[in-house]
Write a new protein. Sequence first.
Length: 304
Amino acid sequence: MTQETLKADIKALLKERNAVLLAHNYMRDEVQEVADITGDSLALSIEAAKTDAEVIVFCGVHFMAESASILAPEKTVLLPRLDAGCPMADMVSVEALREMKSQFPGVPVVTYVNSSAAVKAESDICCTSANAVKVVQSMSEKEIIFAPDRNLGSYIARFTDKKFHLWEGYCPTHERLRPEVVKELKQANPDAPFVCHPECNPKVVELADHVCSTTGMYDYCKKSGAKRFIIGTEAGILWRLKRENPDKEFILASPALICPNMKLTSLEDVCEALQHMKPVVKVPEDIRIPAKRALDRMLAIPRD
Ligand code: 13P
Ligand code: SF4
């Protein structure tokens, strides 16, 4: 079956099932093309919470579909590839987090949304890369536990005088980008600002002209007067960057910036998920309620 036929079948099934297709900015190009909405983790959580559709087809990784199920329990959430996980989210378990909490009694836990629903349920508040600074600044406590991304945590620690107890997790995809490679690219392309995601190693973040979430990159590159950019995040971001800025050039900082989990979902998988209405991701109520509290606290913080 051609991609065009598959896309037409998906569109028809979405209508038939009263479903909305949400795709993360790192998805394969053809999946982003057929999506109703593309966005970063924050934008997609908000869409999941407010959509009128009965079914949410989440093209992303497992924790994102869980967030949709937490925020919209009355809807059916489909994750076309159940094996699309996030290795960083898997670096923190409930038991290990409880152990850390017991070492710092009374210290609140700020958890990056790249985490399981069960870990969110153990947390005081969530954040995404788009709102992490605001979330931490909104807290009155002088000390926080930040999990699971040590790179995002050390980046936002710069913007507050709070004491951070960092979990030692990281994104294997972003961690593959080495500072030496970025330095060489910057020397070879002095006109091109280097824009990176805060999941990159702090030595890479230090070299950045701008640090932001995936959606932040679309805004920055669109508004910037520069004509060329060095991009330090997962390769999937290039599709929309190029489409929205046909007159600009985007240089991916490394060919290693590919998240295998984000690349699993194909058009065939989306079509099959809609045909058979599975795999479904459903967070049980005893986890959903406390996890929702942490997500709601985050969503209550005003955005720009
Ligand atoms: P965003 O929050 O920027 O969408 O990033 C999510 C993610 O998984 C980055 O690796
Ligand atoms: Fe997880 Fe990194 Fe993949 Fe994002 S890019 S889903 S943080 S492994």
